[in-house]
Design a protein around this ligand. Structure first.
Ligand SMILES: O=C(O)C1=C[C@@H](OP(=O)(O)O)[C@@H](O)[C@H](O)C1
Ligand SMILES: C=C(OP(=O)(O)O)C(=O)O
Length: 419
């Protein structure tokens, strides 16, 4: 049963806190798949506490132990998109028969492009529900039929990462041609970079990435703290009257594209400096934003930035938000439905999304729905600076990527009371 919580903030909005963030879920989930493919040669350090990572780790351990190749082994990833996509590729080349499923929402998140690419390579995959969506039945016989695969790049970069990670284990290797625009590009670069750390070479040739069959080398992949989680602290710093927040072990130069929050938040008045063991955020003066913000490279920052801008009454415009409709929920719709509770409208016209904050007002109490989406809860919680009492529905939803979020807010002076 899901529980709600009252989130509030009393007193002066002066935040002074040190917050040790958990590891990046994106880096962790890649590290786990790479380690499994390397048969243990590649070790992983500082894995994330995210439920998506814990789930993937448990699945990989169970497959290692319990897999009878002649009966279907059932695997449930819950809400974890990366686990679904990465496992679809990984299980396609793993000996055994697998039934791969997930939450109700996961069965609505498309996987067709990845399945078609894997089928072209030689995988035996069937849909056991609706065509183009999980659940999937993955069969044991993989005989590589082709080295060359084309894939459309604008739906999810996770499909491409999934294919690239299995590439060095394919007898013929892989030549992956990306068709059209590429969304979430930094995640693809993260995959290539982590593969490189594990000894895997690749080469780009225009829009094609080539990876030959090759062995992994012994390596240790050390997961950095999660920059997407850090984004909520940037929002808190931007909305407080005064804030000094340190985030240990976070590096300004990161594999994670969401580190772009640092640059975006300069205009919101947040300055970042490197300290001996991490970074420090300090609130200050905002600068007017005149350009349209394109979030194609960092879709997971969208809710943080849009909610923060709304609370500041900034009528900003955004592009690059198309993929938000197929994430944990339709995030555009969810934002529209929740922002209206503070009088803010998010309008779409020809793929440009614009905030209208002219009627912004903060009621004494607001109940925010979270739509099974961790980022809805985390993006809206900082509004308790302005709303006396926020009731956050299903507040534990944050565990998907940042289980300690509420504990960390308490450390910074917020009050969280489960009801
Ligand atoms: O590869 C990854 O780790 C991720 C890629 C992104 O998804 P898309 O590529 O579907 O945009 C991002 O939204 C997700 O949270 C994590
Ligand atoms: C979209 C997300 O995750 P996934 O696609 O892995 O479920 C997210 O964490 O915001």
């Amino acid at each position: 049963m899901s529980k709600n919580a009252i989130v509030s903030f009393k007193g002066i909005k002066d935040i002074n806190a040190e917050i040790a963030l958990t590891g990046s879920k994106s880096e962790s989930n890649r590290a786990l798949i790479i380690s499994a493919l390397s048969e243990g040669l590649v070790k992983v350090d500082n894995l994330s506490d995210a439920v998506d990572t814990v789930t993937l780790n448990n699945i990989l351990k169970a497959i290692g132990k319990e897999n009878d190749p002649d009966t279907f082994f059932s695997v449930d990833v819950g809400h974890a998109g990366t686990a679904m996509r990465f496992l679809t590729a990984y299980l396609s080349i793993t000996r055994g028969m697998f039934y791969l499923t997930g939450s109700g929402r996961m069965k609505e998140r498309p996987i067709k492009l990845l399945v078609e690419a894997l089928q072209k390579l030689g995988a035996g995959i069937k849909y056991s529900g609706q065509d183009g969506f999980p659940p999937l039945e993955i069969n044991k016989d993989f005989r590589q039929a082709s080295r060359i695969v084309k894939i459309q790049g604008n739906i999810s970069s996770q499909y491409l990462s999934a294919l690239l990670m299995i590439a060095p284990s394919l007898p013929l290797g892989l030549s992956l041609e990306i068709e059209g625009e590429l969304t979430s590009r930094p995640y693809l670069e993260m995959t290539l970079s982590m593969l490189q750390d594990a000894g895997i070479e690749h080469r780009w040739d225009n829009n094609t990435i080539h990876i030959d069959q090759q062995p992994f080398k012994a390596a240790e992949l050390i997961v950095e703290p999660d920059w997407s989680a850090a984004s909520y602290w940037y929002s808190i710093a931007a909305l407080a009257d005064h804030a000094e927040i340190t985030l240990p072990n976070l590096k300004q130069k990161s594999l994670q594209g969401d580190s772009k929050i640092r640059d975006i938040m300069v205009a919101f008045g947040v300055r970042t400096s490197s300290i001996p063991n991490g970074i420090a955020l300090k609130s200050g003066t905002s600068v007017a934003i005149t350009e349209v913000l394109n979030l194609k490279d960092c879709p997971d920052l969208a809710q943080t930035i849009i909610v923060c801008a709304a609370a500041k009454g900034l009528n900003l415009s955004f592009t690059g938000l198309e993929t938000l409709k197929i994430k944990e929920t339709n995030r555009i719709l969810a934002l529209q439905q929740e922002l209206i509770k503070i009088g803010v409208v998010l309008k779409e016209e020809n793929e440009v999304y614009t905030l209208n904050c002219d009627q912004l007002s903060f009621p004494e109490k607001v109940t925010f729905a979270t739509y099974d989406d961790h980022r809805m809860a985390m993006a809206f919680a900082p509004l308790s600076f302005f709303i006396k009492e926020i009731e956050m529905e299903d507040y534990q939803v944050v565990e998907k990527s940042y289980p300690d979020y509420w504990k960390d807010l308490e450390k910074a002076g917020f009050e969280i009371q489960e009801i």
